[in-house]
Design a protein around this ligand. Structure first.
Ligand code: HPA
Length: 235
């Protein structure tokens, strides 16, 4: 059995999947951290791999950019492939003043300007929320690693290029960082009765005009991956 976007058969994918936005990052993780790796998807080059980290089966697959793209891939992982846990590992732009370049942000919740929640026909607004099991595991792993990290509210934006420049308004509400995927991932997990978490490293500070170098992004990416992998094997 497969889907229009994933050629894996049931059973090819582990119960826990790490999802970077970039499929080449998925390949990097598979090549550098996993053993006994098998590639289960190449459709649209959205590579997916299953291997073992410290003996525990883990999969890693690209999500693409934006809530629509991760919405498709995570829906299929949860509802077609019986995946229980998805941990997004990505980058974000700092919003809060106390969030600095290279910090790790663990997304307890994800505010959004997306209409994704409309499909659930709720008589009010919905608060997309991480799973406590994954959140607490990631916090323990980040503490053990000694990384500088924050836990709080992300802003999942539909827009990378935003004509309205809304970040100052989100900042007033103590939102920590902007990215583009957590909210639909959290809603898909809630709807499927599964678990999701987003961990990001801060690659830039749009309000302060700062950005990390490609080399810094590679190093901070490794720190975040190690947090995610160590958390994943405790689930
Ligand atoms: N906006 C949206 N997504 C991002 C950003 C940003 O500034 N930086 C990293 N991911």
């Amino acid at each position: 059995m497969s889907t229009p976007h994933n050629s894996a058969n049931k059973g090819d994918i582990a119960k826990t999947v790490l999802m970077p936005g970039d499929p080449l990052r998925a390949r990097f993780i598979a090549e550098n951290y996993l053993e006994d790796v098998v590639c289960y998807n190449e459709i649209r080059n959205m590579y997916g791999y299953t291997g073992k980290y410290k003996g525990v089966p883990i999969s890693v697959q690209g999500s693409g950019m934006g809530m629509s793209s991760i919405g498709i891939y995570s829906w299929e992982l949860f509802n077609v492939y019986d995946v229980d846990n998805i941990i997004r590992v990505g980058t974000a732009g700092a919003i809060a003043d106390y969030v600095e370049l290279r910090d790790v942000v663990i997304g307890m919740s994800a505010s959004t300007d997306s209409a994704y929640a409309k499909q659930y026909r709720l008589p009010g607004t919905y608060a997309p929320t991480a799973s406590w099991k994954l959140l607490s595991a990631a916090v323990k792993a980040a503490e053990a690693k000694g990384s500088r990290f924050h836990v709080g509210n992300l802003f999942s934006s539909e827009l990378f290029y935003d004509d309205a420049d809304s970040l100052a308004d989100w900042k007033k509400m103590n939102v920590l960082a902007i990215e583009m995927e957590a909210a639909s991932l959290y809603m898909n997990a809630a709807r499927a009765g599964k678990n999701a978490l987003t961990i990001v490293t801060v690659s830039d500070c749009p309000l302060r005009g700062l950005a990390t170098t490609a080399e810094e992004r590679q190093t901070t990416f490794r720190d975040m991956m190690e947090i995610a992998l160590e958390a994943a094997i405790t689930l």
